[in-house]
Design a protein around this ligand. Structure first.
Ligand code: FAQ
Length: 311
């Protein structure tokens, strides 16, 4: 009976143990996980585009090899996450369909353009840095497959973050033109990175329930603050300035105060009106269509193999 199942579920969550795919779970818990994991998976896949834009133009073979490996890692993250969503009984086709038809979101951050080589460094430092800040607590998410996927994803994102930092440091210490290019990239990526954490807590529709279920461990604003506090000393050692005149240490709070975020811009990007929304989704649909023959070939091969072994 449902009441017994429900109390077993509640007890598992309360004891900080993991819910596994075959366990009973409330429908709304399942739906929330599918929503968040799908959005996360879509972000990893769409997130390949802005940086892939620079693979052919990387300034050295070393930087090109690093960038290719990084972009490939993001594809891998997307695949672990689609697999995690599949354990909840939702097919990959269905999720991709929802992405392509605009019924599921991906992170707002990937709707901004990568205008110069320094953007690759800024994405590694700030976007991967924000992703790690948000995802380290997800390693303790109550749903086992998602939590376990996050462990590996976070290790790889840490490499990405250092890669970006190192690349920006080289530019910052380079010629005046290179320094200016690094500063310009940070000026453009800082505020959108803060928006990655989602709307402010009092406007976050899902936070309270997701925290009660221990899917989320911290609120959007808590993680955003943590990220700002991490970035300030890093910007200093990079020799770059964060584009916020209100940024200052608040002794009383033990945190940095920062200026107001442009939530109108965030809402516009979510509605599809960001600088690159159209381009990103068009390219994603085209990649999916152009990959149809690979999926068909793989399915035909699998069917033949099943026939041979009788498995
Ligand atoms: N963009 O009630 P909340 C990466 C939506 S990292 C777009 O606060 P929730 C690595 C939200 O879905 C980026 N939509 O929602 C990488 C909801 O809409 P819905 C991906 C956003 O779920 C680096 C509505 O607003 N990381 O890809 C955004 O409790 C470099 C209300 O918001 C993850 O997805 C946004 N920024 O909290 C790859 C992490 N924020 O669904 C390549 C996992 C909110 O009702 C290169 N996700 N929305 O239609 C999470 O932790 C959470 O889902 C939050 C949002 C914190 C993003």
């Amino acid at each position: 009976d449902t009441a017994a199942y429900e109390s077993a579920f509640d007890a598992t969550v309360a004891a900080d143990e993991r819910i596994e795919p075959r366990d009973w779970m409330p429908d709304a818990y399942r739906a929330t996980l599918v929503r968040q994991i799908a959005q996360h998976a879509h972000s990893e896949i769409i997130g390949m585009q802005p940086e892939a834009n620079w693979i052919t133009r990387a300034p050295s073979l070393r930087r090109k090899a690093i960038l290719m490996a990084k972009v490939q890692d993001e594809a891998g993250h997307g695949l672990y996450l689609y697999s995690a969503a599949e354990t909840l009984g939702t097919g990959r086709d269905e999720l991709l369909d929802k992405l392509h038809s605009g019924r599921q979101k991906y992170s707002s951050i990937f709707n901004y353009p990568t205008l110069t080589w320094a953007d690759v460094g800024a994405i590694g430092w700030l976007v991967d840095g924000a992703a790690i800040t948000n995802q380290v607590p997800l390693c303790r998410c109550s749903y086992g497959p998602y939590a376990r996927a996050m462990v590996r994803v976070c290790k790889e994102e840490s490499f990405h973050q250092r890669q970006g930092y190192e690349s920006l440091l080289a530019l910052s210490n380079g010629t005046p033109e290179q320094h200016a290019m690094a500063q310009d990239a940070v000026d453009r990526w800082w505020w959108p990175s803060l928006m990655m954490f989602g709307p402010p807590d009092d406007e976050s529709a899902h936070s309270a329930q997701s925290m009660a279920w221990k899917i989320k461990r911290h609120s959007n604003d808590e993680l955003r603050q943590r990220f700002v506090d991490i970035c300030v000393p890093q910007a200093e050692s990079l020799g770059l300035t964060l584009p916020d005149p209100d940024l200052r240490w608040n002794e009383e709070r033990g945190h940095h105060d920062f200026g107001p975020i442009d939530w109108t811009e965030f809402r516009e990007v979510l509605k599809g009106n960001g600088p690159c929304n159209e381009q990103r989704i068009t390219q994603r649909r085209r990649a999916h269509e152009e990959g149809a023959w690979v999926r068909e070939a793989a399915a035909a091969h699998a069917a033949k193999h099943t026939g041979e072994t009788g498995a």
